[in-house]
Design a protein around this ligand. Structure first.
Ligand SMILES: [Zn+2]
Length: 625
């Protein structure tokens, strides 16, 4: 997933631009089988009962905003458990059968964040458990959009966001990243709409609204995904393509021209892409995050459609998850850096390969700046700045900071610098290959690295100071820093501007989004209205189609009390649903009494356009003050 916090994500994002195991193949991994560690965020007992396959048969009612149907689980009760326990969140259970016979089930009281455990009596020989159910109005994974909230404004739209523990709000399941299963689905939607899943997908609208899906590779529940809407498809090459609303398809196809090449580049780095097709679905504007790496079908924010392909590196991040996250998956949300740190690192390697080192250096530097800011925010002694997190009793989304992404990727960059790129790359290819479709804990990874890459290399171990990174706070002193070649040129142009050289005389030829971000981020905390106006007149920031630059510009405008771009800012807030943009912008407004009034007025007007997850964090920030 592309992180959603402040500007931190930028890097990841545009840079272009935003989550196990089955059968052990090598001896080294034999001890790490599914669910060897306790995942405190699932109430299920999938450590006793093996969840093998899901047969999902659901109907999507766009008017009632409800999914209903049955989930049939094929299980293997080798350990003779007396009950199967599944995760649910705000589901109404209509009936439960085991091997075709009705059974008395119980639904526990709701636990904060986790939902209600569904307890189903089973026996050693039980094979098939069917649960018929309906989703509730508080389904955290589901965003139901009225036609007005879509790009084309003609038909309603539904999409899911199951990471981290929201799959249980639309499917009764064992909802932990360490539990994998294959699935088939039959989905019925209103005629004329297309349905897509994290599976083998159609490219055509079905005549009767019925769709069938197959995912024959085992995935965890957080990668279950569904989108329903007025969607059309355009091919990029023979294994990649793009889905979007008809009014967005041409722009989206143009923006993603290089996605096929990107998959080839990723394969050259870390081995074969194992999921068949790689398609991208561009969602309506309310999507709360940058992107979600749903297997075979990345969900992405329309804010990457900048018109000039300058933000598509977000796709490099989601694509990289096809290895780090989807193929080798963090065992629990405490090990989240294994998904996101690896993916940020991999994303920058893809970008380096495609656009050159000086380009990826900019991404590394912006990421480093985000890391510094985030550590400052969390406190440099905070345990939340360890790579290995401790999310017990908390919402796993509390771990969704820059730490797993940026501290994680910088740790990997340090390893690369220490042992040499060739040696590290060979190690990563082997790591992905030996642990494909398996789960990884932080401890298992460190042991694996210790017995392979760092075997007989005490010198490197001494240099790395691994414990300070993984089980220590803040930014370790040996944190690597990228070359600043391009940003030094940007910095000197900024200094010229601050010394009253007219903005029109600055040398900004060929600047990318990253250079503009560096230019603006390093401005003094509050520019004068006169300075803001000079910049706006010269570079038209307030009307930029680039969401990364627009968001930063609006934040600076609020800070400087420069009101000229407020109409454009309101337009931006009325459509964009990405938390990474909304939270810092509303946050800046909330710093003054006048701004608070504006934030409350705008939020009351546009709250309905935002995803439930974005509403949750913004409610806390704006309504409760
Ligand atoms: Zn990610």
């Amino acid at each position: 997933m592309l992180k959603n916090i402040a500007l931190g994500l930028l890097v990841v994002v545009f840079l272009s631009a935003c989550h196990f195991k089955k059968k052990a193949s090598g001896d080294a991994t034999k001890t790490m089988d599914t669910m060897i560690v306790k995942d405190v965020h699932t109430l299920s007992n999938a450590d006793s009962v093996q969840m093998q396959h899901l047969e999902l048969n659901i109907k999507v009612d766009m008017d009632k905003k409800q999914i209903s149907g049955c989930a049939v689980w094929t299980i293997n009760n080798q350990k003779n458990a007396r009950q199967l326990v599944l995760d649910t969140y705000d589901l109404t259970i209509d009936s439960v059968t085991v091997d075709g016979k009705s059974v008395p089930y119980t639904l526990d009281a709701k636990i904060k964040f986790l939902g209600s455990a569904l307890r189903i009596p089973i026996t050693a020989g039980s094979k098939s458990v069917s649960i018929c159910y309906k989703t509730g109005s508080d389904a955290r994974a589901l965003q139901w959009l009225d036609a007005q909230q879509t790009h084309d404004k003609k038909h309603p739209f539904l999409y899911t966001q199951s990471e981290s523990i929201y799959a249980r709000s639309w499917i009764p399941c064992a909802d932990g990243p360490g539990i994998r299963f294959t699935y088939n689905a039959h989905v019925q939607v209103p005629k004329g709409l297309m349905a897509l899943m994290s599976a083998l997908n159609t490219q055509e609208v079905s005549a009767d609204g019925n769709y069938d899906f197959e995912m024959n590779l085992p995935i965890p529940a957080y990668l279950m995904a569904l989108a329903v809407g007025d969607i059309t498809f355009k091919s990029i090459d023979d294994r990649t393509g793009v889905y979007a609303e008809p009014g967005m398809i041409e722009k989206s196809r143009y923006e993603f021209e290089d996605v096929g090449k990107m998959v080839n580049t990723a394969e050259q780095l870390y081995g074969p892409y194992r999921w068949g097709r790689y398609d991208v679905l561009v969602l309506p504007p309310g999507f709360p995050i940058g992107g979600m790496e749903n297997p075979r079908l990345t969900f992405c924010t329309p804010t990457v459609i900048a018109g000039d392909r300058s933000l598509v590196s977000l796709i490099a991040h989601e694509l990289a998850h096809s290895w780090s996250g989807n193929l080798v998956t963090n065992a629990t949300w405490d090990d989240f850096w294994l998904n996101e740190g690896f993916t940020d690192y991999f994303e920058r390697r893809i970008i380096e390969q495609m656009l050159g080192k000086s380009y990826s250096d900019m991404l590394w530097e912006l990421g480093y700046q985000d890391l510094v800011d985030n550590v400052k925010e969390l406190g440099d002694k905070s345990k939340d700045t360890w790579l290995k997190l401790d999310l017990k009793g908390r919402d796993p989304d509390d771990g969704l900071t820059d730490i797993p992404y940026e501290k994680g990727s910088h740790f990997l960059k340090l390893i690369e610098n220490t042992v040499g790129r060739d040696r590290f790359d060979r190690f990563l290819v082997k790591y992905f290959d030996e642990h494909a479709f398996k789960t990884m804990t932080t401890e298992a990874f460190l042991t694996y690295m210790d017995t392979t890459l760092l075997k007989d290399d005490s010198e490197s171990k001494k240099t790395l100071k691994i414990n300070a990174w993984v089980y220590g706070p803040g930014i370790p002193p040996n944190c690597p820093r990228a070359d600043q070649e391009r940003f030094m040129r940007v910095d000197s142009e900024r200094i010229k501007f601050l010394n009253d050289i007219p903005a029109a005389q600055l040398n900004v030829t060929d600047w990318t989004t990253h250079e503009w971000l560096q230019f603006l981020r390093k401005m003094p905390p509050a520019l004068s209205v006169v300075q803001m106006k000079k910049l706006d007149d010269a570079f038209m920031f307030r009307t930029t189609g680039n969401s990364e630059i627009a968001d930063l510009w609006f934040i600076m405008a609020v800070r400087a009390n420069y009101t000229a771009p407020y109409p454009e800012m309101e337009q931006f807030l009325s459509t964009v649903g990405r938390r990474k943009f909304l939270e810092p912008l509303y946050g800046e407004m909330m710093k003054t009494p006048h701004g608070t009034e504006m934030a409350k007025r705008l939020y009351a007007k546009y709250r309905k356009n935002y995803h439930p997850l974005a509403q949750e964090s913004l409610d806390k920030m704006i309504m409760k003050k």
